[in-house]
Structure formats: structure tokens, C-alpha cells
Design a protein around this ligand. Structure first.
Ligand code: NAP
Length: 259
């Protein structure tokens, strides 16, 4: 399917690895020029070069922490005039509800709620002026099925979800579509680190930890960054013009719900 976005330009945050990288690659395959971001410069440059070589699109890199005001200024400066925005950053640490103080909540809200909001506030007005735009926020399955140990993430992502629900409907008349993409477990460094944690805690091998988690998913496997990226690219395509304020879940059927 031709996604109809060849020649457009996208900012994909936190995209040297994992789900962000999957989104960057799928957009590049559709002919979209990219602004890519991550903190580690070496991995970012390598990912950018691989994408240029493979898909022949232009890629600008911005190595910075997108959750800081300085980092946001850098990516926003580099991304002036983009048609597509994919927001992403690492998730907050797990714990017990008694573990977190005000500063922990402020950090989580900054990273996973206020950063995407700041990027939308900076880049959506240009999309509105040009009469076309797409925003995909990478959030989490925890928006639909909160995960008890991820209280910081549950809180911040719920806040972003509420913001998007209202804002997406305010900007839709201008041809700008804002939606959220919710990963369940996907085969990335983060999943490997979660399996490593379970392995240590339960005294089992990492392979056993993964096998146990896979057994709980109807597909009996983890999702891939390529599958995730393909869904993101569709949500950024011409064909997604009637999709507004949705929370699209990719979890292999793990969450037993209808909405
Ligand atoms: P990942 O494999 O650990 O990749 C993270 C990517 O983001 C890397 O390129 C990393 O590069 C970059 N990054 C992280 N923090 C950043 C920051 N503050 N500023 C700029 N770049 C940053 O993670 P992932 O699995 O793709 O997860 C992406 C998001 O989806 C996270 O918020 C995660 O909580 C959420 N999620 C993932 C899963 C899953 O199963 N994978 C499930 C549910 C939710 P640098 O380290 O060099 O910055």
C-alpha cells in the first residue's frame, strides 16, 4: 500500500533503538525524511546512516535528552516545519506505591507527559498552518491495563492520554490527526532488561523468564519493532485522516478487554 507521505518530513524522538527506531525505519521506507533523536550520539549516528543507506531519505540527527528543556529546544529547532511528529522517551522505573516522592512524580510527568505536550505545542501550529499533520505518541498498554509496579508510568501516561483526547479533537478540523500507539511487550532492550530482572528475582534463566512471559500472550511471542513501526507509519499516512484521538493497542491480545 502506498502510504501517500513520500517527501514529507518527520521528527521521531528516542529513535536510535527499539520502538522509536522501528517507527523511523517504517517512515523512511514510505519515503519520509527524518529528524532522529537519542541521547547516545554513536548509536544514533549509526542508526541514521543505516537508514540513509537503506532507504535513500535525508536524516538529521539531534543527540540530546528530549525530556529536558534544553533537549526539547534542540529537537524543536531542528524539526521546524515537520509534517509528522512521533513522541517517545524511556519509561520511568518500577516500584511500590510507597517508593515515590514528589520529585519522582515530577520527573515521570516531565518525561512521559509534559515532554510530548511541549513538542506538540511547538510543532502542531505549523501543521495547522499548512493544513496537514500527524502526531503519534508512543505510550503503553498500561493506559488500558495499568501495571501495578509501574505507578509512575501509569500516572504520567494517563495524563497524556487525557490531554490528547481533548486536543486531538480541537486540531482535527485543521487536518491534523493526533493519536496514541500503545505497546504491549515488544522485543527491544527494554524487554530484555525486564526479563533480566525477573530472571534475577526468581532465580531462573533469562530464556525461562521470557518463555513464561510469552506463554501469557495469545500470540505466544513478543511483538517486533518492525510490526510496531508499520502500524505507526500507517497512523502517519494519508489513509489515517479519519483516525482522531485513538489509543491503538499492540499487545498480541495480552489485555483481555474490548475497548
Ligand atoms: P528501548 O529499546 O530501551 O529504546 C529506547 C530508545 O530511546 C533508545 O534509542 C534510547 O537511546 C532512546 N531514549 C531513551 N530515553 C531517551 C531520552 N530521554 N531522550 C532521547 N532518547 C531517549 O525502549 P523501547 O522498548 O523502544 O520503549 C520505548 C517506549 O515504549 C518507552 O517509553 C517504554 O516504556 C514504552 N514501552 C515499551 C514496551 C516494550 O515492550 N518494549 C512496552 C510498553 C511500553 P539513548 O539511550 O541513547 O538515549
Amino acid at each position: 500500500m502506498d502510504l501517500g507521505i513520500r517527501g514529507k518530513r518527520a521528527l521521531v524522538c528516542a529513535s536510535s533503538k527499539g520502538l522509536g527506531r522501528g517507527c523511523a525505519e517504517a517512515l523512511a521506507e514510505a519515503g519520509v525524511d527524518l529528524v532522529m533523536n537519542a541521547r547516545g550520539q554513536e548509536a544514533l549516528e549509526q542508526a541514521a546512516q543505516e537508514i540513509r543507506d537503506r532507504f535513500g531519505v535525508e536524516v538529521v540527527t539531534v543527540a540530546c535528552d528530549v525530556t529536558t528543556p534544553e533537549g526539547q529546544k534542540q529537537v524543536i529547532d531542528a524539526a521546524q516545519g515537520v509534517d509528522i511528529l512521533v513522541t517517545n522517551a524511556g519509561g520511568p522505573p518500577p516500584g511500590m506505591w510507597t517508593d515515590w516522592n514528589r520529585e519522582d512524580f515530577i520527573r515521570a510527568l516531565d518525561a512521559n507527559m509534559l515532554t510530548p505536550i511541549a513538542l506538540m505545542k511547538a510543532l502542531v501550529p505549523g501543521m495547522i498552518d499548512r493544513g496537514w499533520g500527524r502526531v503519534v505518541n508512543i505510550t503503553s498498554q498500561s493506559v488500558k491495563s495499568p501495571i501495578p509496579a509501574l505507578g509512575l508510568s501509569n500516572s504520567a501516561r494517563a495524563g497524556l492520554t487525557g490531554y490528547v483526547a481533548g486536543t486531538s479533537r480541537q486540531v482535527a478540523p485543521s487536518g491534523v490527526n493526533i493519536n496514541n500507539l500503545l505497546p504491549g511487550i515488544h522485543d527491544t532492550d527494554r524487554a530484555a532488561s525486564l526479563d533480566g530482572g525477573v530472571s534475577k528475582k526468581e532465580g531462573i534463566s533469562v530464556e525461562e523468564a521470557r518463555a513464561r512471559r510469552e506463554a501469557t500472550i495469545p500470540t505466544r511471542r513478543y511483538g517486533t519493532a518492525a510490526e510496531f513501526g508499520a502500524t505507526c507509519a500507517f497512523m502517519c499516512s494519508q489513509h489515517a485522516g479519519f483516525m482522531v484521538g485513538q489509543n491503538v493497542l499492540l499487545d498480541g491480545g495480552a489485555g483481555n478487554q474490548t475497548m
